[in-house]
Each structure stands twice: as C-alpha cells, then as structure tokens.
Design a protein around this ligand. Structure first.
Ligand SMILES: [Zn+2]
Length: 102
C-alpha cells in the first residue's frame, strides 16, 4: 500500500470526516490504521497554515475516515513539519512536491 499513490484506493469512497484526528467509530489512532492514503493532488491553501490536504485512514475496525493534515497532532511518531519560509510558497510551481520526486 502506497500512501502517496496517485490513484485513490476504493476504500476512501466511504470515508467519513473525523473532527478529531482519530477513528470516529473506535477512536483508534491514525498510527494504528491498516491503510493510509494522502490526497496530495488537491492541497488547500489557508492563510495561517500555508496549506493542508486530506489524509485518509482505514482503521482496523473497518471504518474509513479522513482528516485535514493541519489537524494532525504532533507526536513522537508524526512530528510537526517545520514551517517553510514565506518564499517557499512563491515558486513558479504552485504545488511544489513536498514529498520528493517520484
Ligand atoms: Zn476504528
């Protein structure tokens, strides 16, 4: 399972928006999910946080859920990304690939 695959997996079609960054059914942690898919194709720009994107998780209980990357709490497993300098967002490419080249 490639979290950064360009094609959305089937299981995200039933995903529900989790307002807390955990499974809305069993409150399982994102780090315990069976599958993960990051919607890197559609980042949303925000004034305060630069941009955010949808992160889909397929929980062990069978629930598919998603939340905004900006809502992901920093932890020892998922450290917060450093804030890039303002000039980073003013490149010719409006969506520079933050995950590196394919
Ligand atoms: Zn669950």
């Amino acid at each position: 399972m490639d979290a950064f695959a360009p094609t959305p997996p089937d299981w995200i079609e039933s995903a529900v928006h989790a307002w807390e960054f955990c499974c809305p059914t069993c409150r399982g942690a994102a780090t315990e999910a069976l599958q993960v898919w990051i919607n890197r194709r559609s980042p949303v720009f925000t004034d305060r946080q630069g941009r955010k994107w949808q992160e889909f998780y397929h929980c062990q209980c069978g629930t598919a859920w998603w939340a905004w990357s900006s809502d992901r709490p920093p932890s020892e497993f998922t450290p917060a990304e450093p804030t890039p300098p303002e000039s980073f967002w003013r490149l010719d490419d409006p969506f520079p690939d933050v995950y590196g080249s394919d």
